[in-house]
Design a protein around this ligand. Sequence first.
Ligand code: ATP
Ligand code: MG
Ligand code: MG
Ligand code: MG
Length: 439
Amino acid sequence: MRLSRCFLPVMKESPSDAQIVSHKLMLRAGLVRQTAAGIYAWLPIGWRVLQKIGQIVREEQDRAGAIEMLMPTLQSADLWRQSGRYDAYGPEMLRIKDRHDRDMLYGPTNEEMITDLFRGDVKSYRDLPRTLYHIQWKFRDEVRPRFGVMRGREFLMKDAYSFDIDEAGARNSYYTQLLAYLRTFQRLGIRAVPMKAASGPIGGDLSHEFIVLAPTGESEVFYDAAFEEFDWAQEALSYDDADGLKALFEKVSTTYSATDETHDEARWAEVSPDRRREGRGIEVGHIFYFGDKYSASMGLKVSGPDGSMVTPQMGSYGIGVSRLVGAIIEASHDENGIVWPETVAPWKVGLVTMRGDDEASVQAAEDIYKKLTAAGIEVLYDDRDERGGVKLGSMDLIGLPWQLVIGPRGLAQGVVELKCRRTGEKVELSIDSALERLT
Ligand code: ATP
Ligand code: MG
Ligand code: MG
Ligand code: MG
């Protein structure tokens, strides 16, 4: 992408309406713009990050055997009357009337709709277990939308729903999602600690929240340092291994972690003091097992192996895809700007000419841009008519993992500079070795 042709409005000053660093940086680096309270337009760079995060979430859901689909954002109130949540949900639900005066709503979540879809088409235990998911916009009319996309009113969520014939099956589905979440967050380059949660309005008895540490987080958290050492991606654990998944759940459950809501001073005292980690955190995911709460109230039944009718056991599993953009920035930035983990960076390389009026530099940059692009490497080429220092400042702010900088003096000696955004380390290399490093 050539910066001169992109829509990437970078701001020099820190916007005064943003309170936390991720919100400030998202505005300054041109990721989002607010269009109404808690509602955001995703500008090209923000949209690229949002899609990268969504894609990692998708790949890990697929690996875990969940099946992707897409449900609409608008729902009929009648469905929610059947579960009893139409009245119970309260003012967070955006209620709408269509031209025929029918009650509609903009979905804050999809338990009712997926249960209705299942009810229509699934008749036998042979069609279970199933876990279906979608990545779709939600609306919750938050009392206080704030911190940018972290607490928006419209936001993007991955929500999955599992259906099993009995509790043992449902627990296995829950453990499967637990592992998928641990792997997802690790790939996103953040440490999200699973914490036992009170299950709240969705109901049910088994529930974990996934919390990213950040000083601006809304809840207080306590956990054993062991959570900083686990490597879930490497763990040789198969989704087909039910005993292994159960053991994973037990390991997670017996290693201390809690939010202020579930914190237990007596158990905390048993954690050795040098392993106690305390801080504030951001909820980026939440998984629930809630049994037959929706299947029973909405009359979903399948025929069991012996011919009798059985009410399936369900769970639901959310990840705040758009909130993650802010949460990742909270966890990964410095005084100059964003520092993207390589897996979610909008582009891998930023290409900069220090002197846009130097013929040789421009030619070298054009050539490198073509070669990297042909090799499938995502490059943002700053070909704007700006001073070198300004371009470098923008690159630091935008936070791409690598900066390839071309200056007339180096070029005369056949070298360019490659900078690692995270460490700040710079090396001078021939163009060929720089290309080799990046491909
Ligand atoms: P919170 O406690 O922050 O209000 P929640 O517990 O109400 O979140 P869930 O119903 O568990 O949210 O939804 C699943 C995920 O959706 C959350 O873990 C969070 O990452 C994301 N999410 C929820 N509300 C918002 C919001 N207003 N803006 C952005 N993401 C959100
Ligand atoms: Mg909420
Ligand atoms: Mg919550
Ligand atoms: Mg929650």
